[in-house]
Ligand binder design. Structure first.
Ligand code: AMP
Length: 173
């Protein structure tokens, strides 16, 4: 499967200069989804995982599919103000300003081993904040899994200490 060819590049979205990697074209191909999810499930079969954490919003699609495939709990990491029960929050820097991610305090337990899933690794700020949430709940992020990595944006270095697994790389900023 040529995943790089299936992912649609949309230039100048959401603003000039950004090469947006659109994974909705992957969602249209069940065989591609199956290969991604089954590949991850095989990779993580012996990791003794307790849960899959998915990052809002596109990380929910891939993360929930992986959790289902592996028969594991799925934990959503959501944008601020979306989760109804008691939460923990972590903020991270954006180009302008900050953003905040939250998880329910009872979503993970001490010592649990999790994979964090998102569609794309850019600067790493989002998943770095989600990893902090996981650790604050006493759980251990053992790897972060992405469909796409944009290596020039340096996310791998930002996630230092957390292994990164990505299926396709694009050398764009
Ligand atoms: P970052 O925190 O910089 O690693 O950004 C990651 C988040 O932003 C992911 O949830 C992506 O969905 C989204 N994102 C950032 N850059 C792009 C891009 N060029 N194309 C598609 N999504 C992107």
């Amino acid at each position: 499967m040529d995943l790089a060819a299936i992912i649609r590049n949309v230039p100048d979205f959401p603003k000039p200069g950004i090469q947006f990697k659109d994974i909705t074209t992957v969602l249209l191909q069940p065989s591609a989804m199956r290969e991604i999810v089954q590949g991850w499930a095989a990779r993580y079969a012996d990791y003794r995982l307790d849960a899959i954490v998915g990052v809002e919003a596109r990380g929910f699609i891939f993360g929930a599919a992986l959790a289902y495939e592996m028969n594991l709990p799925f934990v959503p990491a959501r944008k601020k103000g979306k989760l109804p029960a008691e939460t923990v929050s972590e903020s991270f820097a954006l180009e302008y300003g900050t953003d905040t991610v939250e998880m329910h305090v009872d979503a993970l337990k001490t010592g649990q081993r999790v994979i964090i899933v998102d569609d794309l690794l850019a600067t790493g700020g989002t998943v770095e904040a989600v990893a902090r949430l996981v650790r604050r709940l006493g759980a251990e992020p053992v790897e972060a899994a992405f469909v796409v990595e944009l290596p020039p944006l340096g996310g791998r270095a930002k996630l230092a200490g957390l292994p990164v697994h990505a299926l396709v790389e694009f050398m764009v900023e």
